[in-house]
Design a protein. Structure first.
Length: 177
């Protein structure tokens, strides 16, 4: 009896190429959690309504629960495990999250961080309205919205104090923070 083989999809996750054998329609969320053991990305609703599964693809925040892996070949996927610029450091947002004691139960937090990271790369000095708009799809059942906003502003100030990002940084990861 011949075993059924699944197509190989080559993904780049947190800067490392990973090859996975899955049905091409499999949502990225399940590949991250079950194939690649990157369990920082959470399952909430499964229908793009809560933001718990948010990761970044080519810098943009996307909902991994509804994104088929087959659409991601050749793209840069970043999960919360890859948010810090180096393993021994923390991203400015992670430092601000600690400073403002943002997490309560913590379940929504990786999605919040990834949306916030995409926001700050696109808009280094966001207004309250910018933050509300960018974070609108990330639900926090613990209601930490005020602290999330304060932490995003704190991270923006820290980034500004560290100096401007390298030319052309845009949606790419900056080398500091
Ligand atoms: S699990 Fe993807 S948006 Fe809720
Ligand atoms: S910290 Fe509990 S859901 Fe956001």
């Amino acid at each position: 009896m011949a075993a059924t083989t699944k197509p190989v999809t080559a993904l780049v996750v947190n800067g490392v190429e990973r090859k996975v054998e899955v049905d091409p329609t499999t949502p990225l969320l399940w590949v991250l959690r079950e194939q690649l053991e990157l369990t920082g990305t959470k399952f909430g609703c499964g229908i793009a309504q809560c933001g718990a599964c948010t990761v970044r693809v080519d810098g943009r925040a996307i909902r991994s629960c509804i994104t088929p892996v087959s659409s991601l070949e050749g793209k840069q996927i970043q999960t919360v495990e890859g948010l810090a610029p180096a393993p021994e450091t923390r991203h400015a947002l992670q430092r601000a999250w600690i400073e403002h004691q943002v997490p309560q139960c913590g379940y929504c937090q990786s999605g919040q961080l990834m949306s916030a990271a995409a926001l700050l790369d696109a808009n280094p000095d966001p207004s309250d309205e910018d933050i509300d708009r960018a974070m609108d799809g990330n639900i926090c059942r613990c209601g930490m919205y005020g602290r999330i906003k304060a932490a995003i502003k704190s991270a923006a100030r820290a980034n500004a104090a560290d100096g401007p990002p390298a030319a052309g940084a845009g949606a790419e990861e900056s080398s500091h923070g």
